[in-house]
Design a protein around this ligand. Structure first.
Ligand SMILES: [Zn+2]
Length: 267
């Protein structure tokens, strides 16, 4: 609004300048002196106006733009604040959408040393507690990964395929079906976790089934269902859970869609 009012001041002074140009020349000396004094006064004021009228032909257009921008910005700010509450947990990362280079988050360390985004920690803990109260014992085996960690997982996988006799290109191709290319893994966000069974009190099958049926209540989705591999670009991973918030998770679960389909719907 500050700029808007400055523009109004500017317009007012512009009008005064025009009046000066239209002043008749046959007036009395006294009147001329008065006008000279007035002009000088305005001249001093004009010195404090940043843009000159003649070099600002679109001053009124600019003013309108500023005014509209103020209005739109306030709307956008409202939308932004709504979006901001969910944007972080609805960020799309897949082989076609890389993690923003400036992505930052705070992390919380789990008892076993894995890190997760601090914002998902309470929901994750609640989900794990709920599973245990149903006599299902999950373990988070992988949380946040640095780009270096993701790269080393990729290198290990490529080396393993080469050791099996695959060519360099074939090994890379095979590895990329199992390991996300660095920059495209949700683990680099810290809002995705791989969950296995503890191997003693529960089997993987029991844990995956419980998560599949209950995770949405805590805001998590089974990110890579078997029937969505063409859309997600990732093979069936019953252990990989991703936080999206309870509303999105519930809709995704109820409609049997994947995150890409959900985001397509709401955008
Ligand atoms: Zn995973």
């Amino acid at each position: 609004m500050k700029e808007y009012w400055n523009d109004n001041d500017f317009s007012r002074n512009t009008r005064h300048k025009k009046r000066k140009r239209h002043t008749p020349h046959g007036f009395t000396l006294i009147l001329c002196c008065c006008l000279t004094a007035v002009i000088l006064a305005f001249g001093l004021t004009v010195n404090h106006i940043p843009p000159a009228a003649d070099t600002q032909p679109d001053a009124h257009l600019s003013e309108n733009i500023v005014t509209n921008t103020d209005f739109d910005t306030s709307l956008a700010a409202d939308e932004q604040s709504i979006t901001d509450e969910t944007a972080w947990c609805l960020i799309l990362v897949n082989k076609w959408n890389h993690i923003p280079e400036d992505y930052e988050a705070d992390f919380t360390e789990l008892a076993n040393g894995q890190l997760v985004d601090t914002r998902i920690y309470p929901a994750l803990q609640e989900m794990l507690d709920a599973a245990r109260s149903d006599n299902v014992y999950p373990v988070v085996v992988s949380g946040y990964r640095t780009v270096e960690k993701q790269q080393s997982l990729m290198s290990e996988k490529i080396a393993a395929y080469k050791a099996e006799g695959y060519s360099d290109a074939a090994a890379v191709f095979k590895a990329e079906t199992w390991v996300a290319v660095p920059g495209t893994s949700e683990h680099q966000l810290g809002i995705a976790v791989d969950i296995n069974a503890d191997g003693i009190r529960s089997t993987g099958e029991e844990v995956y089934k419980w998560l599949d049926q209950n995770s949405y209540k805590f805001g998590f989705i089974r990110r890579y269902p078997a029937d969505k591999t063409e859309i997600t670009g990732v093979i069936d991973e019953p252990w990989h859970y991703r936080y999206v918030g309870i509303d999105a998770a519930t809709e995704i679960y109820n409609q049997g869609i994947c995150l890409e389909e959900y985001l397509n719907k709401i955008n």
